[in-house]
Each structure stands twice: as structure tokens, then as C-alpha cells.
Design a protein. Structure first.
Ligand code: SF4
Length: 322
């Protein structure tokens, strides 16, 4: 059996931009996600996280590279060939309100994927399944015939999650699923996603700009900067021993409740991020990196294994002690 549920090989996605420019959203990204794991994907907004998420579930086609699902390349499949696999890959959106048709009742919203994939035999069976799903995500069953605007943000996200799991998927891309919610509601939704992952044997790609949220949920974490992976590894290894300067900066920017860390120097990133339409030569982080040397502009650093994680920095070993 294939150990990896999903595999990205050299994925590149470019978009045309104004002035005949090209936005390099995702550049030559390779990664693998094991069955049953949660891979956290972090980085500043515009670094290509959501584009990569859409590429992984074939909601976008890459300019080059491929995605394998259970060892089978889905990139070159026709829509008909891909159809049975579409059910297995679902997406939970940041803004559930925008993704829920306001004219549909909760019953019909959740019934839609069940009917599309013919998972039940009769209308009554579909309604029973919708009731089960509402119970599973913590929405009272009596709200079955209400409309999205009659729910709070947290409840709408629960309905969005019910819609995603209604298709009985094995892989879900969660794209900033809690960033539009209050902190107290965020924790409830994160706990729900964690519980569903175990009870339904799900695999997640969990996209967030919030490092503490990613740490709570992820087995491994992947840090992206300007369309490239700069560090990937087991979550605790990356958080406790970040090798890449960009990962260090991201972690330094997280407010830390630990009093022993009070007064700890916060290293701030210089300048604005470079434009993805005109990325720097060599290492894409070099215009913001205080450790950049001549080699960084000449040669692109490849991901290399250091103490269980992979880091794309020419000088990661030298920077270990800094
Ligand atoms: Fe900084 Fe150079 Fe490492 Fe890039 S390769 S992170 S510029 S030291």
C-alpha cells in the first residue's frame, strides 16, 4: 500500500498579470502527505498557500508538475477519469458564508454532496444522513430548515464542515478555516476538526497564517515564502529548532505567553515582501534576510535534510547557533 495519500511533484503555477507580467504563485513545489496526517502550511498572505491547496485537489491545473493521489497521477486525467476521485478531496473555506448558497436550507446544502455522489437511496435516507452530520458537527438538528443567514459565523463554519464531510472524503484542504472567527469559537472549530480527523480517518492540508493554530493541529509543518517551500518537517522539530531564517522570523512574530521569554529580542523582517511577479534571483528570501551573502543571489538553495527537517538555506548549519 502507498504510504502517501498525496504527493506533489515539482508543482508550478503561474498567472498572467497586468503589463504582460507573470505572477509566480507556486514554483517547483514537491511535498508528500501521509495517510492520516495533518500537514500545516504556513506563510504570509500571498505566498502561494491557497494556490498550492487548490492544485493539490485539482481545483487548479499546474503549468508543470503533477499531483499523485494514492500513487496515481491525477494531473493528466480527463474530468471523467477524475470524477470518482473528486468526492475524496474536499475543501473547507475561510468564509463559510460566501461558500453557502443563501437561498438553500441547511438540509439542502448538506444534502447536495450526498445526492451528487448518490450516497443514499431515498430522500428520507438523505435527510436522516443530514441529521447525523449536523449532530457530528454540533449543530442542533431542529435547525434543519433554516437558512445560512440565521446562523452565527461559528455555526456556519460547522455547516461548511458538514458539507465537506458529507461526501465521505479521505482528504480535506482546510484553507484558513478559523481566521474569520472569534478566538473562543476558533478553539471549538479546531477541536471539531481534530475530532473528525480521528473519527473519520481524515487527512488534512491545513492552511493558515497563524502559527499557533497550525502547531495545535499539525503533525508536520511546511513553511512557504513567495511560492517556494523554505522549510518542512515534524511540527515540534520546526517550532523548537527552526533552521531557516524566515521560519525564525515568523516564530519571533508570534506573541508568546511564556514569561521566561519576556524581553526576548524580536527580529523584525526588513522591508516589504518582494513581488511574486518579479521574484529575486537565487534565494527568494535574500532581499529580507539579514544573513544573505553573495552566493544567495547566484544560486537557489535546494531543500536539504538537517536533523529530521528539510531546509532550503545555503547556510542553515552555520545559522544554527545564531
Ligand atoms: Fe538567507 Fe541566503 Fe539562507 Fe536565503 S540562502 S535564507 S538569503 S542565508
Amino acid at each position: 500500500m502507498n504510504e502517501y495519500l498525496l504527493e506533489a511533484r515539482g508543482l508550478t503555477k503561474e498567472f498572467p498579470a497586468a503589463g504582460k507580467k507573470t505572477v509566480h504563485a507556486v514554483s517547483d513545489v514537491s511535498l508528500r502527505i501521509r495517510e492520516g496526517e495533518t500537514l500545516g502550511l504556513v506563510g504570509e498572505s500571498g505566498c502561494g498557500k491557497s494556490t498550492l491547496g487548490c492544485l493539490m485537489i485539482r481545483m487548479l491545473s499546474p503549468n508543470s508538475g503533477e499531483v499523485l493521489f494514492r500513487g496515481q497521477s491525477v494531473t493528466g486525467m480527463t474530468d471523467k477519469e477524475f470524477h470518482p476521485l473528486r468526492r475524496e478531496m474536499q475543501l473547507v473555506f475561510q468564509d463559510p458564508y460566501a461558500s453557502l448558497d443563501p437561498r438553500m436550507t441547511v438540509r439542502d446544502l448538506i444534502a447536495e454532496p450526498i445526492e451528487t455522489w448518490r450516497l443514499c437511496k431515498s430522500r428520507r435516507e438523505v435527510t436522516d444522513r443530514v441529521r447525523q452530520l449536523l449532530r457530528a458537527v454540533g449543530v442542533p438538528e431542529e435547525f434543519l430548515y433554516r437558512y445560512p443567514h440565521q446562523f452565527s459565523g461559528g455555526q456556519r463554519q460547522r455547516i461548511g464542515i458538514a458539507r465537506a464531510i458529507a461526501a465521505e472524503p479521505s482528504f480535506i484542504v482546510c484553507d484558513e478555516p478559523v481566521s474569520a472567527l472569534d478566538v473562543s469559537v476558533q478553539n471549538q472549530i479546531l477541536n471539531l476538526l481534530k475530532e473528525l480527523k480521528t473519527s473519520r480517518k481524515l487527512t488534512y492540508l491545513f492552511i493558515s497564517h497563524d502559527l499557533s493554530v497550525v502547531r495545535y493541529l499539525s503533525d508536520r509543518v511546511c513553511v512557504m515564502f513567495l511560492g517556494k517551500v523554505c522549510e518542512i518537517g515534524p511540527t515540534e522539530e520546526v517550532y523548537n529548532h527552526p533552521r531557516h531564517p524566515y521560519t525564525r522570523f515568523l516564530l519571533d512574530a508570534v506573541p508568546l505567553p511564556d514569561p521566561s521569554l519576556k524581553g526576548k529580542e524580536i527580529r523584525l523582517l526588513r522591508g516589504d515582501p518582494p513581488s511574486p511577479a518579479n521574484p529575486p534571483s537565487g534565494c527568494r528570501f535574500r532581499t529580507r534576510c539579514p544573513y544573505a551573502k553573495e552566493r544567495c543571489g547566484l544560486e537557489e538553495p535546494a531543500l536539504r535534510e538537517i536533523s529530521g527537517a528539510q531546509t532550503a538555506c545555503h547556510f542553515a548549519e552555520d545559522l544554527k547557533s545564531l
